[in-house]
Design a protein around this ligand. Structure first.
Ligand SMILES: [Zn+2]
Length: 359
C-alpha cells in the first residue's frame, strides 16, 4: 500500500511539475514562440500564470491531506486533482487567442475590463466564444449584453446610462438656418475592410478631410448600421453609413448618410466585394475607393451635438446627418442583413438639445 501511495504521489508531482513548466520563461522552453507570450499578456489573461499558482496551491493541499486521509480517499482525491489539472490545460489550449488586427478608432475594450468577474475566472471555451473569441468587446444589440446594460457592464461605459448628450436621436424641430456647406476633400483612397463583430468597418488610407466651422477633420473610418440609428421626424431608414472624422485634438465629427432602397450603389458594392471571411481580420482591397461617390447630390444637413452610438458612448461628437438619402439595392441590403440583421442603438432623449438644419 505504501508503495502504491508513493507511486500516486510521484505521479501527481510529475504532473504538477509539467503543468508549472508551461509557465516557465521562453528562454527555458525555446519551442514556445515568444510571440504567444506577449499575445497572452496583451489580451490581459495569462492563463499560464494562473495555472502555476493553482498548481502550487494544490501540491500544498495534497501534502496536508496525506497526513489525514485514508489511502482510498487519497487516491480518489489525487485522481480528481489530476482531472482538474488536465481540464485546465485543455481549456487554456482552447482559449489560446489568434492575432487580432485592431482597426484604428474602433471603440475596442479589452476582455479583462469588460468581463464580469465570474466569467473571467473560469475562461472556458464557451465563455471565450461568447465574448467574441479574441478578447473582443463584450457587448451586443440584444439581451443581457444589449444597449440597456451597456452602462452597467463597465465603468468606462457610464455615459451610456448617465449621459444627456447621447446618440442617436429622432431629429425633429430643428431650427432652419443658413448652415455653412461642409467642405469635402475626399481623394481616391486605398482601403481595408474589417468585420469587428458589431458592424462592417472600412479603414481608408489617410488624406481624406472635411472642413466645417473653420475646423479640419480627417476621415478615420466608416461603418454601417441596419436599420438607420437616427430617425428624421420619426422615420427610420433601411441603413445608415457613419463616416467618422477626427480633428488634430482628437475631437470627433461624424457624417451620417441615410440609405434607402433603390438602385445598387457602386461604393457599397466595392466594400461588399472585399468583405473579409473571418471576423477581426482586415481584408486589404486591391482597388481604390472614391468616397465622393458616396455623398448625396444635395448637401443640406441636420447638425447637433451627440455621442458615439456604441460603448463607451463618449460625448462631444459633432453630428451632421445629410438630409438627402442615397440608394442601395435590395440585394446589397440582403448581404449586410446576413451579417448584421439589427445593429442599431435605440433612440436617445434629446434633453433640450438644439438641432440646426440647412434651409
Ligand atoms: Zn455608427
Amino acid at each position: 500500500m505504501r508503495r502504491y501511495l508513493a507511486l500516486l504521489v510521484s505521479m501527481l508531482i510529475a504532473t504538477v511539475a509539467q503543468a508549472s513548466d508551461s509557465s516557465a520563461s521562453a528562454t527555458s522552453k525555446p519551442i514556445k514562440p515568444a510571440a504567444k507570450e506577449s499575445r497572452d499578456k496583451e489580451e490581459g489573461g495569462s492563463s499560464d500564470k494562473k495555472d502555476s499558482k493553482k498548481s502550487a496551491k494544490e501540491s500544498k493541499e495534497t501534502k496536508e491531506s496525506k497526513e489525514t486521509l485514508q489511502p482510498d480517499e487519497l487516491a480518489a482525491k489525487i485522481a480528481e486533482k489530476l482531472a482538474v489539472i488536465r481540464k485546465d490545460k485543455e481549456d487554456a489550449a482552447r482559449a489560446a487567442p489568434r492575432p487580432v488586427v485592431r482597426p484604428a478608432y474602433a471603440p475596442q475594450v479589452r476582455r479583462t475590463e469588460t468581463a464580469k468577474p465570474k466569467e473571467a475566472e473560469h475562461g472556458s471555451a464557451a465563455v471565450v466564444a461568447a465574448m467574441g473569441g479574441h478578447g473582443a468587446v463584450h457587448w451586443s444589440y440584444q439581451g443581457e449584453t444589449g444597449p440597456q446594460n451597456w452602462g452597467k457592464m463597465n465603468p468606462a461605459n457610464a455615459k451610456c446610462d448617465s449621459g444627456d448628450r447621447q446618440s442617436p436621436i429622432d431629429i425633429r424641430d430643428g431650427i432652419k438656418v443658413d448652415l455653412e456647406p461642409i467642405m469635402f476633400d475626399y481623394k481616391l483612397s486605398g482601403f481595408n475592410v474589417i468585420d469587428n463583430g458589431h458592424t462592417i468597418q472600412v479603414n481608408p488610407a489617410a488624406g481624406n478631410y472635411i472642413t466645417v466651422m473653420g475646423k479640419s477633420y480627417e476621415l478615420a473610418q466608416f461603418h454601417f448600421h441596419k436599420p438607420s440609428e437616427e430617425r428624421v421626424n420619426g422615420k427610420s431608414f433601411e441603413m445608415v453609413v457613419h463616416l467618422v472624422h477626427k480633428d488634430i485634438d482628437g475631437r470627433l465629427a461624424v457624417i451620417a448618410i441615410l440609405l434607402e432602397r433603390g438602385k445598387a450603389h457602386s461604393v457599397i458594392q466595392q466594400v461588399w466585394n472585399n468583405l473579409p471571411l473571418e471576423k477581426n481580420e482586415a481584408m486589404t482591397a486591391l482597388t481604390a475607393l472614391d468616397l465622393n461617390l458616396l455623398l448625396p447630390v444635395k448637401r443640406e444637413y441636420y447638425t447637433y451635438m451627440g455621442s458615439l452610438t456604441t460603448p463607451p458612448c463618449s460625448e462631444g461628437v459633432l453630428w451632421m446627418v445629410m438630409k438627402e438619402p442615397v440608394e442601395i439595392s435590395h440585394e446589397q441590403l440582403a448581404i449586410f442583413s446576413r451579417l448584421y440583421p439589427m445593429n442599431a442603438r435605440p433612440i436617445q432623449k434629446t434633453s433640450g438639445r438644439l438641432i440646426k438644419e440647412s434651409n
